[in-house]
Design a protein around this ligand. Structure first.
Ligand SMILES: N[C@@H](CCC(=O)N[C@@H](CS)C(=O)NCC(=O)O)C(=O)O
Length: 225
């Protein structure tokens, strides 16, 4: 079987979620870079070629076993079902539901509000809107902090790493990018810190990606401080 192929980009938090899951499952994969933010021209997600991969014009997408999968959470759920070893959902049904709910909060309730095309549409000049992104992430984090206080042990849900952790770490990086003081959310900050040294999370980090630039663009500097 050829290796799975992940359409990814160093700056995409959604692709990052899937990279973490692939590494946690110890699945070897190749990466095809789709540059989603280019100066003065549309990103590669708008190309005709990529639209055939994902008609939503978003990354990630995963080619695996002759199929093309889209939507980060659906991809992670596929990986969980197809590769049940090193599980990303707890055994207990209520813990499992919590892990899914936290993933949904991040993937449906926070990240879509700060996505590139949403930010651009919010401004008449079509540029990124830092204030907008920062507002919506802060709103989401205030609620997420309270949700996590109830579910956390070492990680988002109890003491096992779950798909919720795959979603949390990239979203915390987004928060830093938009200059949110993450320490104001102590549970979120603690879980994020606890995961930084885990091998799968290190391998999935933007700095380890083939398209990571030699010089980080100024607008990302706060993410990597
Ligand atoms: N719900 C989708 C969202 C994917 C998404 O928002 N991808 C972002 C990168 S993190 C993207 O491709 N943005 C391009 C754009 O906004 O033009 C998923 O979870 O896969």
């Amino acid at each position: 079987m050829s290796k799975p192929l992940l359409y990814s980009c160093w700056m995409s938090s959604c692709a990052w979620r899937v990279r973490i899951a692939l590494h946690l499952k110890q699945i070897d994969f190749n990466v095809k870079t789709i540059s989603i933010l280019k100066t003065g021209e549309p990103g590669d997600q708008y190309s005709e070629e990529f639209e055939k991969i994902n008609p939503m014009k978003y990354i990630p997408a995963l080619e695996i076993h002759g199929h093309t999968l889209i939507e980060s959470l659906s991809i992670i759920n596929y990986l969980e079902e197809a590769y049940p070893k090193r599980r990303l959902l707890p055994k207990d049904i209520f813990q499992r539901t919590k892990a899914r709910a936290i993933s949904d909060v991040i993937c449906s309730g926070i990240q879509p509000l700060q996505n590139l095309k949403v930010q651009k549409f919010s401004r008449p000049d079509g540029n990124l809107n830092f204030e907008w992104a920062s507002f919506w992430i802060s709103q989401g984090f205030s609620s997420l902090e309270n949700i996590l206080k109830e579910s956390t042990g070492d990680y988002c849900v109890g003491n096992e790493i779950t798909m919720a952790d795959c979603c949390l770490v990239p979203q915390v990086a987004n928060a830093r990018r938009y200059k949110i003081e993450v320490s104001s959310y102590p549970t979120i900050a603690r879980i994020d810190k606890a995961l930084q040294d885990h091998e799968a999370f290190r391998k999935a980090h933007p700095s380890q990606q083939p398209d990571f630039p030699k010089e980080v663009p100024a607008s990302f500097a706060s993410q990597f401080k």
